[in-house]
Design a protein around this ligand. Structure first.
Ligand SMILES: NC(=O)c1ccc[n+]([C@@H]2O[C@H](COP(=O)([O-])OP(=O)(O)OC[C@H]3O[C@@H](n4cnc5c(N)ncnc54)[C@H](O)[C@@H]3O)[C@@H](O)[C@H]2O)c1
Length: 355
């Protein structure tokens, strides 16, 4: 059972190094790990004022915040070697498909070379016993519409963001084969692919649910780019628990001889069209809508993840259906507008999820 009490037995006192800790997923991860009494160290760019990291005052409970570029190899290596972490989660990235079209070089530098830098930096580590490299569901080569993608499927992202994450995957596998097979990190490094993650405190542009929340709060019209595109929608706590379980299993040598790639997608009922998300939220909150057929960048139209492997070997599976997921997103926004503490809202939702 995944209760706070059970999870704490492992995570209490562990030194955890997180890259990208000031981001949306990174902040949820910090709050989750803080509930488990882990010692958190983060390496990222400085957070914006409009960020969950800032709103939840994560800085206060994190042992050390290092604000630096993932492409500053010297600094990254020094920080990791100074901290001597037991577990590392690599989440730092330029995560937006739209921005990858306006700045492909920066995207590939941050996402591909950044991952290479993390892997290079941990080669000398004597303390690490588990590493999770976060990529995305967008790494798969898209085939027929009905297909569910599993970890053995071919890679082949078309847009610059997906390509940068495919590179990160290939670099990781190459490093595992070339440099870690005879070290203490053998069988202790994996890549993790999740779906479209949603939750309170995401302020990214060109993401559907943050755009809907902005629309609700500011009463401006919402422009939909691709109403019929299907996506795997999941609440952010779902893959967070998956990453934690994967890291713990690697650390405890429970998943030796298993390929180091993991999907953490939602249930089948959560693979729905963009327009269905809008209709679902519209039942609770009125949304002013405009559909724009003009598209200035290419996006994959249909993505479904098969997460049977995580279910079988990690006993992880998606728990919240679409209604519950969206309820939590809308509720987060409502409570925050009523001045409820952002960290407390996240903690309550994590506790509810684990019940
Ligand atoms: N949000 C999603 O739906 C989703 C889905 C699948 C995968 N992912 C992946 O999850 C990870 C986190 O995504 P997110 O949604 O939290 O993104 P985010 O933009 O909210 O956070 C990104 C984090 O990376 C850091 N970062 C960016 N460039 C950096 C650089 N050059 N040097 C150091 N740090 C840098 C930022 O400071 C921030 O802490 C990313 O790897 C992303 O590709 C996200």
């Amino acid at each position: 059972m995944d209760s706070i009490k059970e999870l704490k037995k492992f995570w209490d006192g562990k030194k955890v190094f997180i890259t990208g800790h000031t981001g949306f997923k990174g902040s949820w991860m910090c709050i989750f790990l803080n509930m488990l009494n882990a010692k958190i160290y983060g390496y990222s760019l400085k957070p914006k004022k409009t960020s969950l990291f800032y709103q939840a005052n994560c800085k206060k409970f994190i042992k050390k915040n290092f604000y630096a570029d993932i492409n500053n190899l010297k600094k990254l290596e020094k920080r990791i070697n100074d901290v001597k972490p037991n577990v590392l989660f690599h989440l730092a990235a330029q995560p937006l498909v739209s921005d990858s079209f306006s700045n492909p070089l920066k995207t590939i530098n941050t996402n591909s070379i950044g991952t290479l830098n993390v892997l290079s930096s941990i080669r000398k580590s004597n303390s690490l016993k588990s590493v999770v490299i976060v990529t995305t569901d967008k790494v798969y080569k898209i085939k027929k519409r009905s297909k569910y993608y599993n970890e053995k499927d071919e890679l082949g992202g078309k847009d610059p963001y997906s390509a940068s994450k495919v590179c990160a995957e290939i670099i990781t596998l190459s490093y595992i084969e070339s440099f870690f097979k005879k070290t203490r990190l053998k069988n202790k490094i994996s890549t993790a692919r999740s779906g479209n993650v949603i939750g309170g405190g995401d302020y990214s542009k060109n993401r559907l649910v943050p755009d809907i929340i902005k629309n609700i709060n500011n009463k401006k019209k919402l422009t939909l780019r691709n109403p019929n595109h299907i996506r795997p929608w999941q609440h952010v706590v779902e893959p967070m628990l998956g990453y934690l379980k994967l890291a713990q299993s690697q650390y405890q040598k429970k998943i030796v001889h298993i390929t180091p790639i993991w999907n953490f997608g939602p249930n089948k009922s959560n693979f729905v069209k963009v327009i269905d998300i809008v209709k679902n939220i519209n039942k609770r909150k009125k949304i002013k809508l405009k559909i724009s057929r003009s598209q200035n960048f290419l996006e994959t139209s249909d993505l479904k993840l098969d997460s049977k492997k995580a279910k079988k070997f990690l006993k992880w599976s998606s728990k919240w259906n679409l209604n519950k997921t969206l309820n939590n997103v809308v509720e987060w926004n409502d409570l925050f507008k009523k001045n409820k503490n952002a960290k407390k809202i996240c903690e309550d939702q994590i506790n509810n999820y684990l019940k």
